[in-house]
Write a protein that binds this ligand. Structure first.
Ligand SMILES: Cc1cc2nc3c(=O)[nH]c(=O)nc-3n(C[C@H](O)[C@H](O)[C@H](O)COP(=O)(O)O)c2cc1C
Length: 317
């Protein structure tokens, strides 16, 4: 019996590139799919027409399976689902909302549906709603996070205990060692974000990619916990956010400081002082901006070397 995640999507390696606003357009998604993983077009930063363009473009760049990530809370989610279906997309990674909203409809249309969650209890609810697999995303991850602060290391085994569908681990994984650890804990595959955000094919601004390379071990923190928690690289904007958080400022004050599209400002426009640099804790391990193909070569070699090392590891003296 082969790997359940590979079987579900028809891919070579159980490595998913997480959908990422302003980062994962057609180019990145297709590169990941061509390398043997599953690329996802991040619809979160796209109006429906732009999403259509990216899906069309991805189809010209790869003949391998790829999918879309649609945050349910987006005001465009319904139209994005419609556009993706019209364009023949069969793989949907849904996040930030109830799995009950689109799962029955998408299953009726013959699609594979995955839901992103941050607790084992929610993962079980996703299974009950009929999804095909769950992404369990730890507190280490880049982007928006769950409120309960569960880490990937504790999420995987506790989810494994209560769900039967394939588990895709996300958060803090950027190496083959990380993949081996996730699989050892009971995951069937992994979803990687930050590592792919700093690749040549990522549509993020060069300044953003360099900010990930420059981020050290303590370079990120969760901000905006009282509104919508998000892990960001520390910068001038996060200093201002911290001041507001310290004095329990109201939402209007936060809105004023954040301004319009703070994530776009940093990730896409390159203003890394005044925008939100969404990235995971693993940014501390990122030292370069390789191609997606190079990332895959490394991941696979590191994974194999790790298994070999553990096979010969002296567990007792
Ligand atoms: C810049 C950035 C944008 C993201 N945008 C989204 C998004 O639109 N939808 C979503 O479900 N997850 C989003 N994520 C989370 C990723 O899909 C992925 O689950 C996460 O990055 C995995 O953790 P890692 O960053 O430690 O690899 C984003 C992450 C980053 C770094």
């Amino acid at each position: 019996m082969g790997n359940r995640v590979c079987g579900l999507f028809g891919i070579k390696y159980p490595i998913i590139q997480g959908g990422m606003v302003w980062v994962s357009g057609a180019k990145l998604a297709a590169a990941v799919s061509n390398a043997g993983g599953l690329g996802l077009i991040g619809a979160g930063s796209m109006k429906p027409d732009l999403l259509r363009e990216h899906i069309k473009k991805a189809k010209t760049l790869t003949d391998k399976p790829f999918g879309v990530n649609i945050p349910i809370f987006s005001k465009y989610s319904e139209e994005q689902v419609k556009v993706a279906l019209e364009e023949g997309v069969k793989i949907f990674f849904m996040s930030a909302g109830s799995p009950k909203k689109y799962t029955p409809y998408l299953k009726e249309k013959g699609c594979t549906v995955v839901h992103v969650t941050s607790t084992p209890t929610l993962a079980k609810k996703c299974e009950d709603a009929g999804v095909d697999a769950v992404v369990v995303e730890g507190f280490e991850a880049g982007g928006h996070n769950g409120r309960d602060e569960l880490t990937t290391f504790v999420l995987i085994p506790q989810t494994k205990k209560i769900v039967n569908i394939p588990i895709i681990a996300a958060g803090g994984i950027a190496t083959g060692e990380g993949i081996a650890a996730a699989l050892a804990l009971g995951a069937d595959g992994v979803q990687i974000g930050t590592r792919f955000a700093a690749t040549k094919e990522s549509s993020a601004h060069e300044n953003y990619k360099k900010a990930l390379v420059n981020a050290k071990d303590t370079g990120t923190m969760i901000y905006l916990k009282s509104i919508i928690p998000v892990r960001l690289v520390k910068n001038s904007l996060t200093v201002k956010i911290e001041e507001l958080e310290k004095r329990c400022a109201d939402v209007e004050e936060f809105k004023k400081v954040l301004g319009e599209s703070p994530a776009k400002r940093a990730i896409f426009d390159g203003d890394i002082d005044n925008g939100e640099i969404e990235a995971g804790q693993i940014a501390g391990m990122i030292e370069d901006i390789p191609t997606v193909f190079e990332v895959f070569e490394r991941l696979i070699k590191e994974y194999k070397d790790t298994l070999n090392r553990l096979n010969h590891f002296d567990f007792s003296c």
